[in-house]
Design a binder for this molecule. Sequence first.
Ligand code: SF4
Length: 105
Amino acid sequence: MPSDHPRTRRDLLLSLAVLLPAGALVARPAAAEADPPLLSPQAPEAKAVKYTENAATAKAATAGANCGSCALYQGKYGSAQGPCQIFPGKSVKAAGWCSSWAAQM
Ligand code: SF4
């Protein structure tokens, strides 16, 4: 049965607003990506480069050298842990260190 009046854009928007959940109309920030799981210092790949979670315990680490100051660290500035380019799918401690440490340019 035809309606008495033609549907307007306003009618359509009102219909959609009723059908959509309220959350669908609110812009949401991108979901924070969780860090990958921490690398175990006992993992063979970690042992291969003498990875430690505490640079202070690494005799070969120079002053100020830790994951947080490494060019290969991909964690955010000031983060406690984050991904590392040489350990795909794993996070390392910012306070950690390994023999592949590289100075940031
Ligand atoms: S390469 Fe750098 S960030 Fe990765 S574990 Fe070694 S010192 Fe840490």
